[in-house]
Design a protein around this ligand. Structure first.
Ligand SMILES: C[S@@+](CC[C@H](N)C(=O)[O-])C[C@H]1O[C@@H](n2cnc3c(N)ncnc32)[C@H](O)[C@@H]1O
Length: 340
């Protein structure tokens, strides 16, 4: 997996506080451009005039890194994030991974600096580029629909693992967004019958568009939680996946600007006071849809893993476990089997 995809493993940036402090301190210690101001760390960024001066990719990237580091809209907890994003955007403009010694023409340079300026306002890179990569699939991404996170690759992996060995597997991806998990399963387990549902019509439209472009068959439908599913599949589903909107309503304001100012609030929170409203509803209704011993897999953040596990255990689910994975080993997927 590329470093670029590692960056978007920051899902709701709900990394445990202690972990972030350590990372921030580590980053500051290694960064020669960082200087300490009032007990914190600030970056010195001098805007430069670019016109009339041919630039090497190396210098442009350095300029972009400084601009991104100075942005207050971006969450800087992950060391090296700004370089990865600058290189990603320059590669996007140049049509290829840039070599540091490449000369960048005036037109490309201006486009690149324009994109960096957009990113510095917090606009997510997949909205800027119009697509993102997820488990080797290029998924279209656009404002109004949640940006797929690399953290969810682990959720897809857990689903694929459980579906591959079955003769005629049936998979349901709730809250599917751009079709993220559903499309990965359709791609990696071609014999599976896959359903994806989301409350948002915009999400369902984008998911269908992604499926068409990729030549993958998924039955997408709009609906509230299980609402879009045909009743004929009740009791037959092998695996249900869900990456729910799990931020508590009063925590939305604490999210970084790059998330709360850009992604629709209904994709972030279910408006419950503890962020578990969607989870509770899923746990209550999933047994109707799962086959005996079928699996429910729910992605959440480390802070909420214990609570989600308890909701599933209290709901009668068996073999409930909190599993950990993804590049940074912080994604939690709580797994459990249908109650008897
Ligand atoms: C965190 S996003 C996950 C999207 C996608 N699964 C992914 O990982 O890229 C949560 C999704 O839940 C959807 N959603 C919110 N409330 C819903 C509801 N009541 N029923 C179905 N979907 C809902 C949102 O539209 C959003 O697409």
């Amino acid at each position: 997996m590329s470093l670029i995809s590692g960056v978007s493993a920051i899902f709701f940036a709900r990394v445990p506080r202690a972990f972030r402090v350590v990372l921030d301190a580590f980053g500051a210690a290694l960064d020669p451009f960082a200087r300490s101001v009032g007990g914190g760390t600030a970056r010195v960024y001098e805007p430069t005039s670019y016109h009339g001066r041919p630039m090497r990719a190396r210098k442009l990237i350095r300029t972009a890194i400084a601009e991104l580091k100075a942005s207050e809209a971006i969450d800087h907890w992950q060391k090296g994030r700004e370089r990865i994003e600058a290189e990603d955007l320059l590669g996007f403009v140049m049509g290829d991974e840039p070599d540091p010694e490449d000369k960048v023409g005036d037109a490309e340079r201006d486009v690149f600096l324009g994109l960096v300026a957009r990113r510095a306002t917090g606009e997510p890179i997949p909205y800027i580029k119009g697509f993102t990569e997820f488990r080797g699939l290029e998924l279209a991404s656009e404002p109004g629909v949640f940006v797929p996170r690399d953290s969810s690759e682990y959720l897809a992996e857990q689903a694929v693992k459980r579906l591959r060995g079955r003769r005629s597997p049936v998979h349901v991806d709730l809250a599917t967004g751009a079709g993220t998990i559903a499309l990965s399963v359709a791609n990696e387990v071609p014999k599976a019958t896959v359903y994806g549902t989301d409350l948002s019509e915009d999400a369902v439209k984008l998911a269908r568009r992604n499926a068409r472009r990729l030549g993958l068959k998924v039955r997408f439908a709009a609906g509230d939680v299980f609402g879009g599913l045909p009743t004929t599949i009740a009791g037959t589903v092998d695996v249900i996946t869900v990456h729910p909107p799990y931020v508590a309503m009063d925590e939305v304001d604490d999210l970084p600007d790059e998330i709360k100012d850009w992604e629709p609030v209904h994709t972030l929170t279910d408006r419950s006071s503890d962020g578990l409203g969607f989870v509770r509803q899923t746990v209550a209704e999933a047994p109707t849809w799962l086959r005996p011993k079928g699996w429910l897999l729910m992605e959440t953040d480390p802070d909420r893993a214990r609570d989600v596990k308890k909701v599933m255990t209290d709901g009668g689910f068996r073999d409930v476990q909190s599993t950990k994975g993804g590049d940074l080993k912080i994604t939690r997927v709580i797994v459990g089997r249908r109650p008897a």
